[in-house]
Design a protein around this ligand. Sequence first.
Ligand SMILES: NC(=O)c1ccc[n+]([C@@H]2O[C@H](COP(=O)([O-])OP(=O)(O)OC[C@H]3O[C@@H](n4cnc5c(N)ncnc54)[C@H](OP(=O)(O)O)[C@@H]3O)[C@@H](O)[C@H]2O)c1
Length: 240
Amino acid sequence: MKWALVTGADRGVGLSLVKGLLERGYSVFAGHYAGSGEELKLLEEASAERLRVLPLDISDADSVGKALEAVAAATDRLDILINNGAILGDMQATVEDELDFEEMDRVFRVNALGSLRMSNGLIGPVMASGSKMIVNISSEAGSIGSCWRNSWYAYCMSKAALNMQSQLIHNQISPQGGKVMVIHPGHVQTYMQGKLDVSGSLTPDESAGHILRLVDERLAPDYTGEGLTLIDYEGRTLPW
Ligand SMILES: NC(=O)c1ccc[n+]([C@@H]2O[C@H](COP(=O)([O-])OP(=O)(O)OC[C@H]3O[C@@H](n4cnc5c(N)ncnc54)[C@H](OP(=O)(O)O)[C@@H]3O)[C@@H](O)[C@H]2O)c1
């Protein structure tokens, strides 16, 4: 049996990743945060116990601790951890405006530290598994080399930190066969901005389909790629 865990799975790309992993035959832990969790509940009922929904706030040590206990009770191996849960924060304020540092603190605790908390807590089961894979859902907004914005401080900086975190984890686990991917999922029609972003070029299902195809490629025995780069949903390398 192969296990995967997806954070921030109530909606958007996370929910679609859960669906795609179930279709691929994985048993899946899905992190449920603040939403109603209605779609996850329906999926869970239809999944013949292959989907387990876990209450999970990745920014909270107690919540993560309880989720890790639930994982440990079910399996000592986790093939794929997908750190997807994230928040956006303010998109308008520039350095010449009043910046909301408390909100930035929250964004960092979720986007940068929440993913690390999960990878840290689950590294044992990940490295004990066959696939040994951590997928960090990042963003082109975290790329310093292609940065054009003059605002979105919390989001851009937290995703840049996630990119660095991915490289640090890669450096540690790749000699032991560990695999890290750090992926920009495209501009996706989700509710991340508080309302449906209809300007996105991809649906969540399309984005998740692309991401899981890249995961399949990375897990294939004939995979020949080397090193770690920030890639987009089509596998194109973006500047760090
Ligand atoms: N949409 C885009 O165009 C785009 C572009 C680049 C990168 N991304 C990245 O893609 C990933 C998925 O985003 P999305 O577009 O699908 O947005 P989304 O629909 O808002 O999904 C984000 C998920 O994270 C959850 N979440 C928020 N705070 C959390 C916490 N403290 N602990 C655990 N989960 C938490 C949310 O839960 P609730 O629903 O309950 O609030 C939601 O399910 C994110 O990493 C995002 O940064 C998205």
